[in-house]
Design a protein around this ligand. Structure first.
Ligand code: 3HC
Length: 675
């Protein structure tokens, strides 16, 4: 097999080039090639210095994650990096694209770094539940200091080339179109300079204040994750220990994380997210329909949030409401949201004007005639939706995609009122729609493949993670929420409190539990609005006006800052219900709450797979991570069930009298996993 690494001579400079698509991951063949390239440069007396660069879209994007957990092959990354570091001739890393993880560590082991302005450098291993394990934690603080290194290593966001130059990580920002020539010229300039600057020879000053401030500022973000603390410990070690000792410490910490469940879960999600973009029977080369203008029907919370996604991506939006007042209110909220983001520095100061300039508000449905995609975001009522789609069928231009943002309703039934069911699709955004990353793309029986391909592509443009779901009540996410809610309500009757149930969920790592979620969404949602008809605890709360956070009272009492406290009134309501139902209160363990609220979700997930409503188990995991805040370090419900042990999940379900999905049983019995 030919090596993905080749060398080219430019006078006294040897250019070592890696060409390993798609992202020049540092797999075995690349590492071997790097070693050979450096050896060649060192051995050849006519070579004064070396330049290391990559072909294709990026400099090395990191270690090859697909090799993790497999037996080692060829030269290790450490060996390749040590060899570069020790080279008696200087090596210049010439960076374009993204120098990430092991790629950034390779660059740090080079003696100089040049980068084009569009390049980014970073150590994102923490996002995979890891830490930079090839010297990154020891070298980076020696270059940029403890404070900047903490941000880059324990948060993991890459920084642009100019910022990297400002902190000393890049020696020179070179021309965007002349990386190789500029790097060669730079190499000639430094070829004779001695001593060769080696990062390992530098020291990082201890900075306990920066460490404390970092922990304080990021404590909440890091809650539950193992990797950030290990990253911090390694950065501290870099400032306290000699280089080799620090490297040993980094190695130990890395191995601990690498063999743990959290990193396995986070790596699973990395690939799951990319896999979700693929539709099994849709060719990735399917020609797409052009989307230059999007129509949104409804300027409420959902419609406004949905519109913002497109406006922020530079796509024009026509937004329709029925009343001028509602239209003004909706567009006003959008403007306010943009302005708040600009004030916080999250977007450029001129971004609100730019985005709002692309918005055309109207009261006239006919104005949607020039839209390439129309998304209906009115309230959940089949008759209303059918009426809108009948009108859209008459108004929309041929080839326009007609989408519904429904979270439960039957897309096929909606499509039947049109003469073009192949153009109808579900686009289920999650609230707040301008923030939550998930988009459930609901594939109707007749939805055309190019419609699906177009919507999936568009999702990427508006920075959503899209997952395809089949038509069923609640699709993937809300369908799995239903059994959880049902059991949570039963547990209340049997003796658990809302706060106990919610705490089990937040301790698990969810952002909130079922009752906190009900209070946030509105206890009155789906309520029959007849205060005399009280058939559930929820009805009783709604009848008393305890509609949740918006009313200052729901399953919890709220102060004016919306801080929750357990409610004595709710305890009374539950007690009252219990005695009327002749139920005995009993002690409920936290474990029972897990078994009765989380295991049934896994069971429902298995049914969804059996029915073909999700393409793969990992898609379900992606839905729960990005739509509901399932802790990424637990890898989503289906991955988590496997870490729990499927036989244990089945036994737990059976113990509580659930009917276990056949596929779950089979997977448990055969020691298999979800496909
Ligand atoms: N190893 C193996 N495969 C990788 C990879 C890696 N490090 N990075 C990306 N890929 C694969 C993806 O799975 C995808 O495969 P597919 O086409 O079969 O789905 C393909 O490369 C293209 O990736 P993206 O779709 O993500 O392409 P983008 O252009 O959108 O993004 C990127 C490119 C910014 C490089 C992004 O892929 C990325 O963030 N990659 C991961 C970077 C990372 O985490 N590096 C650290 C690795 S761990 C490490 O280095 C440990 C060391 O410290 C010892």
């Amino acid at each position: 097999m030919t090596s993905p690494v080749r060398t080219e001579r430019h006078g006294d400079i040897l250019v070592i080039i890696s060409d390993s698509p798609p992202v020049n991951a540092l797999g075995a063949a690349v590492r071997d090639g790097l070693e050979a390239g450096v050896k060649e440069g060192v051995a050849d007396a006519s070579i004064a210095a070396m330049v290391l660069r990559c072909d294709g879209r990026t400099f090395f994007a990191g270690a090859d994650i697909t090799e993790f957990g497999k037996p080692p092959k060829g030269a290790s990354l450490h060996e390749a990096i040590d060899m570069m570091d020790a080279s008696p001739k200087p090596i210049v890393a010439a960076i374009h694209g993204t120098a990430l993880g092991g790629g950034c560590e390779v660059a740090l082991a080079c003696h100089y770094r040049v980068a084009v302005p569009s390049a980014k450098l970073g150590l994102p291993e923490v996002k995979l539940g890891l830490l930079p394990g090839a010297g990154g934690t020891q070298r980076l603080p020696r270059v940029v200091g403890v404070k900047a290194a903490l941000e880059m290593i324990a948060i993991g966001d890459p920084i642009p080339a100019q910022k990297a130059a400002d902190v000393g990580l890049v020696d020179k920002v070179v021309g965007e179109g002349s990386l190789e020539a500029d790097a060669i010229a730079f190499a000639r300039e430094i070829a004779a300079a001695r001593p060769i600057p080696r990062v390992r020879d530098k020291a990082a000053a201890p900075d306990p204040d920066a460490v404390e401030a970092f922990r304080k500022a990021n404590g909440r973000k890091m809650r539950g994750f193992d990797a950030p603390e290990a990253c911090i410990a390694c950065v501290v070690a870099a400032s306290e220990k000699p280089f080799e000792e620090g490297m040993t410490f980094e190695r130990e910490q890395f191995m601990k994380l690498m063999t743990g469940t959290q990193s396995a879960a986070q790596r699973h999600i990395f690939f799951a997210e990319r896999q979700a973009a693929k539709i099994d029977d849709v060719d990735p080369k399917t020609p797409l329909r052009p989307i230059n203008r999007v129509g949104v029907i409804g300027a409420g919370t959902m419609g406004g949030g949905i519109s913002m996604n497109f406006l922020s991506a530079g796509i024009a939006v026509t937004i329709v409401e029925m009343q001028q007042e509602a239209l003004d209110r909706g567009t006003g909220v959008m403007r306010k949201n943009y302005e708040a983001s600009a004030a916080k520095g999250r977007i450029k100061p001129d971004a609100p004007e730019k985005a709002m300039g692309l918005l055309k508000p109207t009261l006239n449905l006919d104005d949607l005639a020039d839209c390439d995609l129309i998304i209906e975001a009115v309230y959940e009522n089949m008759d209303v939706k059918k009426d809108i789609f009948t009108k859209l069928d008459a108004i929309a231009k041929p080839g326009a995609i007609l989408a519904s943002n429904t979270s439960y309703l039957d897309i096929d039934a909606i499509a039947t009122v049109t003469k073009r069911p192949e153009d109808v699709v579900g686009m289920h955004f999650f609230s707040p729609a301008n923030v939550m990353k998930l988009l459930e793309v609901v594939r109707g029986e007749k939805t055309a493949k190019d419609v699906l391909a177009t919507v999936m592509d568009l999702a990427k443009k508006i920075r959503k993670v899209a997952v395809v779901a089949g038509v069923c009540h609640g699709f993937i996410g809300n369908r799995m929420l239903a059994p959880r809610q049902l059991e949570a309500n039963k547990l209340l009757m049997e003796g658990a409190t809302p706060q106990q149930i919610d705490k089990v969920h937040t301790d698990f790592g969810m952002p909130m539990g079922p009752f906190q979620m009900a209070d946030l969404a509105g206890v009155d949602i789906g309520w029959h609005r007849d205060p005399s008809r009280i058939e559930s605890i929820r009805d009783a709360l709604a009848a008393e006006g305890r509609w949740g956070q918006k009313k200052g009272a729901g399953f919890y009492d709220y102060d004016e800052k919306r801080n929750p406290t357990p409610s004595p009134r709710v305890a009374e309501i539950i007690e009252d219900f219990r005695s009327r139902s002749n139920m005995q209160k009993r002690e409920i363990t936290d474990q029972e709450i897990v078994e009765r609220t989380l295991y049934p979700m896994v069971n429902e997930g298995a049914l969804i797979l059996e029915e073909g409503k999700a393409q793969r188990a990992s898609d379900i995991d992606v839905v729960w991570i990005y739509g509901y805040g399932w802790p990424v370090y637990r890898g989503g419900p289906m991955f988590w069930a496997q870490t729990e042990g499927l036989p244990k999940v089945v036994a737990g379900l059976e113990k509580h009298g659930f009917k276990v999905a056949q596929s779950l049983k089979t997977a448990a019995d055969t020691g298999g996993s979800f496909k």
